[in-house]
Design a protein around this ligand. Structure first.
Ligand SMILES: Cc1cc2nc3c(=O)[nH]c(=O)nc-3n(C[C@H](O)[C@H](O)[C@H](O)COP(=O)(O)O)c2cc1C
Length: 366
């Protein structure tokens, strides 16, 4: 299987399966001299790891990351950085049923149709355990950004669970770390807890919408046409398991706006252009404006559920399936740190591309 790599200069290749001995990421193109250690990467992995509360899968993986190469005396050397996370809490017997049957909504059927062989244990390569490797690579990207563009801040949070959205007027970013949902609206988080409890008990699941904001991104990142920053951000978000839609800025809602409402007006401020609004989500013509970059993505409901569903076996017989085992009732919760990691990787990649092509020679205004 090819196509396991993303990025142009900061290139991340992930490897491994859910129930193999380990999985990880090989990161090539990280700038030299970046200070990094396992504890720093662990901080980001701990935010994604399973079993932290009753709203995420009860699989208990410490997700301990090891750095195997590319480091000397605590700093990157510019050579490939190999990141490895051991799988320690596999229960392959939980997955006996899906060896023969295809879970509706999961990748079992398409992996089989494509390859004619699949590691069904825990979903194999299609398991979202793979996203632990992305979070480790994202931690390295964040460390590089902290050196090259320390003003950049990347924050992810959930804005909708099932049909229940946050109240934007009640948004308080300091609340994000105070509830299990990375929710900036404390009242909405309380409602989500009851709602998800009910769903979990009923053996069902639900989808969610995650928003990631990147502040302090300099203007000029991205390139016209095939190298657009929004193209790469959208591809990065869409590559996350269960993601079915991606929006930048106003996104789908921009279709309902008039030009006079949508175009963000520009005025000259003391330090450069100031925009009256940010419908563009911080990107025009594929190039960052210097405003906040706003990305949203929707994840579908977890397809491995305890509710009986109709399906077929590998040999083509009609049957039904109930997926036991340990699954997230809403994968959106653990998708938040994954979304942040993907944004960090893409921004670092584009920062390096920009430095390579343009250096300091940016167009001046005023
Ligand atoms: C953080 C995270 C955790 C996930 N956990 C589960 C899970 O426990 N059970 C499940 O069926 N799907 C889970 N998924 C979704 C599947 O990995 C995904 O639906 C599957 O790979 C098929 O790919 P697709 O949904 O992108 O088509 C998770 C996704 C994410 C982002």
């Amino acid at each position: 299987m090819s196509m396991n790599t993303f990025g142009h200069l900061f290139r991340v290749t992930t490897w491994g399966e859910s129930h193999g001995p380990a999985l990880g990421a090989t990161v090539d193109g990280c700038p030299p001299g970046v200070e990094i250690d396992e504890a720093t990467l662990q901080h980001w992995l701990d935010r994604r790891k399973p079993g932290q509360n009753k709203f995420t899968t009860q699989r208990r993986e410490p997700d301990e990351v090891r750095i195997l190469s590319g480091l000397f005396e605590g700093r990157t050397t510019g050579t490939p950085v190999q990141l490895m996370i051991e799988n320690t809490d596999q229960r392959s017997k939980d997955y006996g049923d899906i060896a023969e049957k295809f879970r509706p909504g999961h990748a079992d059927i398409t992996y089989w149709q494509k390859y004619g062989i699949r590691d069904y244990r825990g979903g194999g390569r299609s398991s979202a355990r793979e996203t632990a490797a992305r979070v480790a690579a994202g931690g390295l990207a964040r460390a590089a950004l902290a050196t090259l563009a320390p003003q950049i801040e990347i924050t992810g949070y959930m804005v909708q669970v099932g049909p229940h959205g946050i109240d934007r007027s009640a948004m308080d970013m300091t609340e994000i770390e105070n509830n299990p949902f990375w929710c900036p609206d404390a009242k909405a988080a309380e409602g989500w807890a009851d709602y998800l409890d009910g769903l979990r008990k009923a053996g069902d699941s639900v989808g969610a919408v995650i928003e990631v904001i990147a502040r302090g991104v300099p203007s000029g990142l991205g390139a016209p046409i095939y190298g657009k920053l929004d193209t790469d951000l959208a591809a990065a978000a869409m590559s996350i398991n269960a993601v079915k839609a991606v929006e930048i800025g106003e996104g789908m809602a921009s279709a309902a706006l008039r030009g006079s409402e949508n175009a963000d007006e520009i005025a000259m401020g003391p330090d450069g252009p100031v925009y009256s609004s940010n419908h563009a989500g911080g990107i025009l013509g594929g190039i960052s404006t210097g405003q906040d970059i706003v990305l949203r993505f929707a994840v579908k409901p977890t397809s491995s559920i305890l509710t009986e569903r109709r399906t077929i076996t590998k040999s083509g017989e009609d049957t039904t399936i109930i997926t036991k085992g340990r699954h997230d009732p809403c994968v959106g919760i653990r998708a938040v740190p994954v979304g942040e990691a993907m944004v960090a990787c893409v921004l670092l990649d584009h920062l390096l591309l920009h430095r390579g092509q343009v250096g300091e020679n940016q167009g001046q205004i005023g």
